[in-house]
Design a protein around this ligand. Structure first.
Ligand SMILES: Cc1cc2nc3c(=O)[nH]c(=O)nc-3n(C[C@H](O)[C@H](O)[C@H](O)COP(=O)(O)OP(=O)(O)OC[C@H]3O[C@@H](n4cnc5c(N)ncnc54)[C@H](O)[C@@H]3O)c2cc1C
Length: 159
């Protein structure tokens, strides 16, 4: 789980360090239009990416097929949480310190709210290029155009 948190934050930092992205972003600010980023999946990785994107002032949306943190929601009741390596502090702002499923959900949900992250309930079907951008085709609502897309689908995700 800590590596998923780290991966989400690291992906956003990688995008922020991409000169082509930053140049395209300043063009966007003049013409207005697509999102900077779409994050597919609202597990710990996607939420960590979203918190990092919010901190950096990116325009973004988080898409989730079922419900935020669904993998953890489906853990057995009162499951103990083992967040290894114990001394690892992942990149980004999301923290995993709770010792059972319910406390972990509380901890992650309050961090999501504190970071001002909204999650859009829809399934991303595919991503393809369109006029130099990326179009995320979704099952509910309008398709989204973005400069970058992070796939934070977890092990059971599909696209
Ligand atoms: C039973 C069980 C017990 C575990 N116990 C521990 C533990 O004690 N300690 C630990 O560190 N780790 C544990 N893990 C592993 C931990 O749950 C994962 O490392 C972590 O959830 C990965 O986070 P993620 O964000 O990458 O993926 P996920 O948490 O799986 O999140 C991915 C999200 O993406 C969504 N999604 C997928 N495809 C799409 C799509 N096309 N469009 C929109 N949304 C989509 C899914 O619905 C899901 O909500 C356990 C896993 C399981 C299954």
């Amino acid at each position: 789980m800590k590596f998923a948190v780290e991966g989400g934050a690291r992906a956003v930092r990688h995008i922020l360090g991409d000169g082509a992205f930053q140049r395209a972003r300043s063009d966007t600010m003049i013409s207005g239009a697509p999102l900077d980023l779409v994050i597919v999946g609202a597990g710990v990785s996607g939420l960590s990416a979203a918190a990092e994107a919010r901190k950096a002032g990116l325009s973004f949306k988080v898409l989730e097929s079922t419900e935020p943190l669904s993998t953890i929601v489906n853990f057995p009741k009162a499951k103990p949480i083992f967040a290894y390596p114990k001394d690892m502090i992942p990149l980004g702002t999301i923290r995993v310190t709770a010792e059972n499923k319910e406390a972990l959900l509380d901890e992650l949900r309050s961090q999501t709210i504190a970071a001002g992250i909204d999650v859009v309930r829809t399934h991303a079907e595919r991503v393809h290029s369109k006029n130099g951008l990326l179009e995320v085709v979704v099952t509910e609502g309008e398709n989204l155009l973005a400069r970058r897309v992070i796939l934070a689908l977890g092990r059971s995700g599909r696209l």
